[in-house]
Design a protein around this ligand. Structure first.
Ligand code: PEP
Ligand code: MG
Length: 570
């Protein structure tokens, strides 16, 4: 048995066989060919093999998951047999004397971008289907042996270098019991996605891929951050018991779903959730979330070949607002950069991407992108309780500029006769130390702050949040961080504004008593952390936590702060 440690990224225990996920290279080169018939025969053979595969997957999905889930593969079969796609591919091979994979890739790309530009959400989804089908046929043309995560049909633990948002979106929760990755930290985006999917996960193991092979028995311990490879029967039994205990604890927490979050001395705080896609809202409501405190819209921009249109965005924002039925929804404008890339923007590689051209910096430069998003948001605002928030604000000038663009777009829409809500709150993320220090000035101009500790900690401590080697410096409980948080909260309250926190610290058991004492109004976290947080807060007194926080602010080290908090938890 091997025991590989990593970072506990999503709570729970999972036991199943390993499924190694590695991404093939789908880049295709253009080649001139001599024998058109042979090339077309090669294409026909790849289409035939893809058809046989899809028939089998469709049948199995129908048996195991029902008609609805099988429909997707039925529509893939239709695409595969569609003469509107296949005929132009064959003509291209014949007319231009080019290889089949090139002809297919070029033709399919044209259809994909056409579908993506359609207004109807149905046709937009067809773009994703077309992309999947193209990859399947390319597997055969290029001789790639690849099974996509969507095809997994037995219980597995996915092991990967890292998982992209589109990988995680394809994971079927019925079969994928957990995952473990080589890279990443608690605040990397694969970890965040794992929590929203409620799949136990361990990230940053450095070498799980070289330690395990396809089919090995794996235990993912997302509570303590371990991955066990080929455990003995005794260890499996021990972990099954741990799994049962955790499930029982969760059942207890579930009873608090519809309860308010009130301290023993009657102070109400709001527990909100962080989401990445409209589908995550179901988990928010199931876990008793009172609001969405952070909607990371960048996931809408990822996993596709080009920028999402205004309508694609409008549909997504409207869906979230409607599902939340009037509860507040804080939507963050595009925060790309750092560990989130958009290949189609073709931005130059940077030496320090976390300190580079990202988030609002990019939006204020690429106003076309920014204006499209703001228009979509403003149009959606009438469907619920929308709050808009700008990420990575470093100066008042940036905030004012971004706000001016928003107001311009609002005016234009109103002039066009489009309805826009008049009560949209406008706030900023406080995740850059300069902004925390200047919070008193910002507080005069914004409606709210949301403290982004994932970045605030990395910038204050100068410790890359993705780099395991400096993770010892990633210290949420360092008095330096607590003092900055206090400055921000006090500054906002002096101006009668509210303050939330949407960094991972907001859902952290050790941080919660301190944040409560510092006066935080809204805690926004992974949906699965909400009920444990509610259970914890309802047992605490705000007055006592104020005393605790005051002591913590005077301590010298993060370790002392942890000891202090543990002394009240014992
Ligand atoms: C943060 O920085 O705390 C935050 C919530 O944003 P992200 O993790 O998306 O950078
Ligand atoms: Mg951030």
């Amino acid at each position: 048995m091997l025991n590989v440690s990593g970072i506990a990224a999503s709570a729970g225990i999972a036991i199943a066989k390993a499924f190694i996920l590695e991404h093939p290279d789908y880049s295709v080169e253009k080649r001139q060919i001599n024998d058109v018939d042979a090339e077309i025969a090669k294409l026909d053979s790849a289409l035939g093999k893809s058809r046989a595969e899809l028939e089998a997957i469709k049948e199995r999905t129908l048996q195991e998951l029902g008609e609805k889930k099988a429909e997707i593969f039925a529509s893939h079969l239709l695409i595969l047999d569609d003469p509107e796609l296949i005929d132009p591919v064959k003509s291209k091979i014949a007319d231009e004397m080019v290889n089949a994979e090139f002809a297919l890739n070029e033709t399919a790309s044209q259809f994909i971008s056409m579908f993506e530009n359609m207004k109807s959400a149905y046709l937009q989804e067809r773009a994703a289907d077309m992309r999947d089908v193209t990859k399947r046929v390319l597997n055969h043309l290029l001789g790639i042996d690849f099974m996509s995560p969507a095809e997994i049909s037995e219980e597995v633990i996915v092991l990967a270098e890292d998982l992209t948002p589109s990988d995680t979106a394809q994971l079927n929760r019925q079969y994928v019991k957990g995952f473990a990755t080589n890279i990443g930290g608690r605040t990397s985006h694969s970890a965040i996605m794992a929590r929203s999917l409620e799949i136990p996960a361990v990230v940053g193991t450095k070498d799980i891929l070289s330690q395990a092979k396809q089919g090995d028995l794996i235990i993912v311990d997302g509570l303590d951050g371990h991955v066990l490879v080929n455990p003995t029967d005794d260890v499996v039994a021990e972990y099954r018991a741990k799994q049962e205990q955790y499930d029982a604890q969760r059942a207890e927490w579930r009873k608090l779903r519809d309860e308010p979050t009130v301290t023993v001395d009657n102070v109400h705080v709001e527990l909100a959730a962080n989401i990445g896609t409209p589908n995550d809202v179901t988990g928010v409501l199931e876990n008793g979330g009172e609001a969405v405190g952070l909607y990371r819209t960048e996931f809408l921009y990822m996993g596709r070949d080009k920028l999402p249109s205004e309508d694609i965005q409008y549909n997504a924002y409207k869906a979230v607002l409607e599902k939340m039925e009037g509860k507040p929804v804080v939507v963050r404008t595009l925060d790309i950069g750092g560990d989130k890339e958009l290949p189609y923007l073709d931005l130059p590689k940077e030496m320090n991407p976390f300190l580079g051209f990202r988030a609002v910096r990019l939006c204020l430069d690429r106003l076309d992108i920014f204006r499209t998003q703001l228009r979509a948001l403003l149009r959606a605002s009438v469907h619920g309780n929308l709050r808009v928030m700008f990420p990575m604000i470093a100066t008042l000038g940036e905030f004012r500029e971004a706000k001016a663009v928003l107001l311009e777009e609002k005016e234009k829409l109103v002039a066009e006769g489009v309805a826009v809500s008049d009560s949209i709150q406008l706030g900023i993320m406080v995740e850059i130390p300069s902004t925390a220090v200047m919070a008193d000035q910002f507080a005069k101009e914004v409606d709210f702050f949301s403290i982004g500790t994932n970045d605030l900690i990395q910038y204050t401590m100068a410790a890359d949040r993705m780099n395991e080697r400096v993770s010892y410096l990633y210290q949420p409980y360092n008095p330096a961080i607590l003092r900055l948080v206090k400055m921000v909260i006090d500054a906002a309250h002096r101006e009668g504004k509210w303050v939330g926190m949407c960094g991972e610290m907001a859902g952290d058991e050790t941080a919660i008593p301190l944040l409560l004492g510092l006066g935080l109004d809204e805690f926004s976290m992974s949906a699965t952390s909400i009920l444990p947080a509610r259970s914890q807060i309802t047992k605490l007194s705000r007055a006592d936590m104020q005393e605790l926080a005051a002591k913590a602010l005077e301590m010298q080290t993060a370790e002392q702060v942890v000891e202090l908090v543990q002394s009240i938890q014992a």
